[in-house]
Design a protein around this ligand. Structure first.
Ligand code: AMP
Length: 365
């Protein structure tokens, strides 16, 4: 039996552990919260992410260690890597934790990004505004997620407030992109360097948080799919990445701009549990354990709706055919992802009809 250690016990850790149990891979998570989502489905070490005694315990127990969120301290990943195999490699974390490194890497491999400028003081923000202009977004380089750590600038009179709002920390100023839609490409790369990709997914965000994913994204030409895969593969190869990997993209026709990457299983890949031959969670475990990757082809028309802030009462939509509910066991809090529902249909029309009902119910407060 293989034992995988997972740093982080959120819903991604929970779904990794669920997938592992099915294919004979046990998971042990490490999370500071005693009641983390992953603790509902498997054993967990309750400790801080920089607790060296706990990290050493995880390393001693596990055959391979992975992580389920990108803000794991790089020092902890390196500490673990001295004792046990760690996949994805700490380099993937390092690049994903810093928007400046991330964007520079995208550009290096030929994936265009929105015009941006690094900003590390109020004065630099004034200078950057002259180059980038408005509308633009000021984003902290580190620790931003789900729209946190960013503020929009609509006029050049607002920089002082914006600088204060992001906490006066190293940031980047980025042009607002008039995208037609947001897509994400999800890939997985094995230890042998072989990679596989899921079809592009179309994402709708609300208040900076992913709300709905449609998979496969409609109207994707083979050329667009191939282009996204080429970019993702180039980034994974540059990092020596092993495991699942996602890039969020802004799309205008056939043009793609790289926004953000995630060196881990991704929210826009949750549909793969019911909607693909092999889920992203199983494929992540297969990759880091050195197993052959499973097929990534879709098996249905899927959509995923995040349940944010509150969960509709039992039976209000989850008993409909084609709807699969996943609850993470977290306490309600505004803006918090508490669960998701995946809608599966034999065709896009059926899927869209059920999706409409699910989103309507999920929106009722
Ligand atoms: P991020 O944290 O960078 O992924 O941003 C969260 C969401 O905010 C994105 O998915 C977009 O919907 C929106 N957003 C971020 N940056 C930009 C931008 N430069 N132009 C337009 N929308 C953006």
């Amino acid at each position: 039996m293989t034992l995988v250690g997972i740093v982080g016990g959120g819903q991604l850790g929970m779904m990794l552990a669920e997938a592992g149990a099915r294919i004979g891979i046990d998971c042990l998570t490490l999370d500071p919260a005693p009641d983390s989502p992953a603790s509902r489905v498997g054993p967990t070490i309750v400790a801080d992410y920089d607790d060296e005694t706990a990290l050493a315990g995880l390393a001693a127990a596990a055959d391979v260690v992975t992580y389920e969120f990108e803000n794991v301290p790089v020092a902890s990943a390196r500490f673990l890597a001295e004792r046990v195999q760690v996949f994805p490699p700490p380099e993937s974390l390092e690049f994903a934790q810093d928007r400046l490194l991330e964007k520079t890497l995208f550009e290096d491999v030929g994936l265009a990004v929105a015009p941006f400028s690094p900003v590390s003081s109020k004065e630099e923000l004034f200078e950057a505004l002259e180059v980038i202009g408005v509308p633009s977004v000021l984003k902290t380089r580190r620790l931003g997620y789900d729209g946190k750590g960013q503020v929009r600038l609509g006029s050049v009179d607002e920089p002082e407030d914006a600088w204060r709002t992001v906490g006066e920390v190293p940031s980047i100023l980025e042009s607002v992109v008039p995208f037609e839609r947001e897509l994400s490409i999800l890939g997985v790369r094995g230890k042998d360097g072989k990679a596989a990709f899921y079809p592009l997914v179309q994402n709708v965000h609300r208040d900076g948080i992913l709300r709905v994913s449609i998979a496969p994204a409609p109207d994707v030409t083979p050329r667009l799919q191939a282009k996204a895969e080429r970019h993702a593969l180039a980034v994974m190869e540059r990092l020596g990445h092993v495991g699942v990997f996602a890039i969020e993209l802004f799309a205008m026709g056939e043009e793609l701009l790289g926004n953000e990457m995630a060196p881990r299983v991704h929210n826009s890949g949750h549909w793969t549990i019911e909607g693909a031959v092999t889920s992203q969670f199983e494929n992540h475990l297969r990759a880091i354990c050195g197993l052959e990757l499973g097929p990534t082809s879709p098996s249905a028309y899927s959509a995923m709706v995040n349940l944010i802030g509150s969960v509709p009462p039992k039976g209000s939509f989850d008993d409909q055919p084609g709807v699969h509910l996943h609850l993470y066991g977290k306490a309600s809090r505004p803006g918090r992802k508490l669960g998701h529902a995946t809608v599966i249909g034999p065709d896009a029309d059926t899927r869209d009809r059920v999706l409409g009902r699910v989103t309507q119910t999920a929106d009722k407060k």
